[in-house]
Structures are given as structure tokens and as C-alpha cells.
Design a protein around this ligand. Structure first.
Ligand code: OSB
Ligand code: MG
Length: 373
């Protein structure tokens, strides 16, 4: 397989509800879509998950665009790729960082390769499940009362896991309100997006009493050592998100005891090859994983759902249906969730398994670059 053309597009979709986390808030998603075409005319899609502002990762949609055009595409241009597993190495040997940009390019190759084999992306990756359980990530709310009403609605929709965003001052009273309203059996977790320090250890000991499934990324975005210190002080499993940027970092986490669960976002770790390595490493070490989200459109969601079909994704992923984010998604069919909180993996269709609504994308495009290879 050899790339003939790569089309970069930016579209903008307003979120149905603003999404607020410790490190910032979002009303509109600037979405970076990649459409690759190989020399046989097979087309594959991907989404680079970098956001508008570098508050989750140091990358942004604008740095990723530059990285892909200037440094990454030239590394695969006019080179034969026998398997998409090779792409990350080709990119990573020459360019440091820019993992979201690398992932965007790499995952387009995976969709093309799956379509060339006429199999679903999930099967191509090694997925074994036809449906996967879905959790929801609820942004910071103005009060515990607001949060309880939100959680009530999510439970009635069927979500299998509820994740609450927290930050200092917006934590214990919120968790307590949810536990009081819905009891201790509700699968509940919190995500701090790096907003605490080791000074807050007493707060985490207090959270221990609420029997949370996990506390996601309490400390610095690139920290492992302090997370290991914190994990020794508390019973609740720490789950790392931001800190896991490679298989090596996941291995460090296991060695140091910095956490007991990993959130794998293919976009964060440089794509599917790295995601598979982390998945397998965690499986060998008894570390459960789940698939996180980055407020993706239906294109990025397809990649996440495909990955979440692998066997060690044993915890519900942040894979909410299209309606949760958008008035209208850019794929057909839109992503839906059953009353039982499951999303179907489109195993019966080649590649990502949904059709990209090109007319709609064209109408929404604010930036376009066609790169001939
Ligand atoms: O920390 O998991 C996170 C969204 C943007 C950036 C970081 C995170 C998130 C989410 C949203 O939690 C999950 C989703 O896509 O529904
Ligand atoms: Mg997170």
C-alpha cells in the first residue's frame, strides 16, 4: 500500500452542551479530519484528536496540521507500507512528540488496510466483540444538585459507567451527592485531569470511602513518580490517562505502581500500533484497560469503538452516542447506544464501518488542504 493523496480538513461543530473540565471548557469542537487515498484508489478516514487549545496535551489542531504537512507526510510519502503496524515506527524514528498528529496519519492507513482486506477495522485490529459497554464522562457542573440530575438522566439512558469530572473544591460534595442519590452499586469514577498535587492526599483518602472504580489522572499530566506515592497512600485504583503516552510509559506505570488501570486513547498514544502494544502489555500484567474519548466526531468514534472490541477492554469506554455531543453527526448511521448501554461494533462492514457524509463535511469545511504524494 502506498499513499497517493492526503486531504486535510477542518470542520467546526458546536457541542450540544458545553464540556467543562479542570483544565478548560469547550463550546465548539474544531475537528481535524484526514482522508487518505492509496495508489489503488482505496480511501480511508481518520480524525486527529488534538484540540483547539493545549490544555489536555501540548498539541493543538494547528500544530498537528503543521506537523503532518511539513514533517510526517514526507516520511511516508512514496514509501511502500506492507502493514499499517509499520507506520508509527516510520514517523517516530525521525520526529519527537506530536503523537496526536502521528496517530491521525497512522489511523488513516489502518482504515485503508482494513478496506483492502475487506474486513472491519475492529476485526483487523484483533477485536473479538460485537458490542461494547459504554460509559459517560460528565463535565464539571455548577452544583451537586445539577450533577445529580445529570447522572439520573444518564442512568436512565442505560450508561454502564458514570465518570464525574472533578477539580479542587468541586470534588467530595459532588461525589457524596451522587452516592447518596444512587447508592454504592452505581459504577462510578472521577477524572481530575491533573488538577491536584500530593498536598491533597487527605482529600483522596476521604474519596476512598465512596468506593470509586478509579480516580483518573489526579496529578501532573506527565507524572509517574508522584502517582506511585499517592497510589501507596490510597485504596482506590488510580487510572492514568494523560501520563500514558507510549508502551514504555505504561511499563513504567506498572513497574513503579503509579496506577492499576489504563485509559487508552489511540489518538493520545500515536495510533493503533501503540494502542495494541499497551493493550497487550496491560493484559499480560493483569491491568484492565478502557477506551477514553476526546469528544470525537463519528469518524474518531469509529476508530475508538473498533479498538474497544479487543478482549482486555473490560471497563466501559467513554464512547457516548452521537446525540450526546452533536445535533447531527457527520457519519451514517450515527452512533447509537442500546437501552442496555451497549454500542454495536460494525463487524459486517469493511473499515471503520460507517459512511462519511461528504456533502455535509464539505458544507462544514473551514480549512482544506489536498496533499498529493
Ligand atoms: O480526560 O478523558 C479526558 C475530553 C477531552 C479531553 C480529555 C478528556 C475528555 C473526556 C470526554 O473525558 C470523553 C468523551 O469523549 O466523551
Ligand atoms: Mg481523562
Amino acid at each position: 500500500m502506498r499513499l497517493r493523496k492526503l486531504t486535510l480538513r477542518e470542520i467546526r461543530l458546536p457541542l450540544r452542551e458545553p464540556f467543562v473540565i479542570a483544565s478548560g471548557e469547550q463550546f465548539l469542537r474544531r475537528i481535524f479530519l484526514l482522508e487518505g487515498e492509496d495508489t489503488d484508489g482505496i480511501v480511508g478516514w481518520s480524525e486527529c484528536v488534538a484540540q483547539e487549545y493545549p490544555n489536555y496535551s501540548p498539541e493543538t489542531i494547528d500544530t498537528a496540521w503543521l506537523a503532518i504537512r511539513e514533517w510526517l507526510l514526507p516520511l511516508v510519502r512514496s514509501r511502500d507500507v506492507h502493514h499499517p503496524q509499520e507506520v508509527f515506527g516510520m514517523l517516530d524514528a525521525a520526529v519527537r512528540g506530536h503523537l496526536m498528529a502521528k496517530a491521525g496519519l497512522e489511523m488513516a492507513f489502518w482504515d485503508i488496510a482494513a478496506r483492502r482486506e475487506n474486513v472491519s477495522l475492529s476485526r483487523f485490529l484483533g477485536g473479538t466483540r460485537a458490542e461494547v459497554p459504554v460509559g459517560i464522562s460528565i463535565g464539571l457542573q455548577p452544583s451537586p444538585v445539577h450533577l445529580v440530575e445529570k447522572v439520573r438522566a444518564c442512568i436512565s439512558e442505560g450508561y454502564r459507567k458514570i465518570k464525574l469530572k472533578i477539580k479542587p473544591g468541586h470534588d467530595l460534595s459532588y461525589v457524596e451527592a451522587v452516592r447518596t442519590a444512587f447508592g454504592n452499586d452505581l459504577p462510578l469514577s472521577v477524572d481530575a485531569n491533573s488538577s491536584y498535587t500530593l498536598e491533597h492526599v487527605e482529600l483522596f483518602r476521604a474519596l476512598d470511602l465512596f468506593g470509586l472504580m478509579m480516580i483518573e489522572q489526579p496529578l501532573q499530566h506527565d507524572d509517574l513518580v508522584r502517582h506511585a506515592i499517592l497510589q501507596k497512600e490510597i485504596d482506590t485504583p488510580i487510572c492514568l490517562d494523560e501520563s500514558i503516552t507510549s508502551e514504555d510509559r505504561a511499563e513504567d506505570m506498572i513497574q513503579l505502581g503509579s496506577g492499576r488501570i489504563v485509559n487508552i486513547k489511540p489518538g493520545r498514544v500515536g495510533g493503533f500500533a501503540q494502542s495494541l502494544l499497551i493493550h497487550d502489555l496491560c493484559a499480560r500484567n493483569g491491568i484492565p484497560v478502557w477506551c477514553g474519548g476526546m469528544l470525537e466526531s463519528g469518524v474518531g468514534r469509529a476508530h475508538n469503538v473498533a479498538l474497544a472490541g479487543l478482549p482486555n477492554f473490560v471497563i466501559p469506554g467513554d464512547l457516548s452516542p452521537s446525540r450526546r455531543y452533536w445535533e447531527r453527526d457527520i457519519v451514517t448511521p450515527e452512533w447509537t447506544m442500546s437501552r442496555e448501554g451497549l454500542v454495536r461494533v460494525p463487524l459486517d462492514r469493511p473499515g471503520i464501518g460507517v459512511d462519511v457524509d461528504l456533502d455535509r463535511i464539505e458544507a462544514l469545511t473551514v480549512r482544506l488542504e489536498v496533499l498529493e504524494c
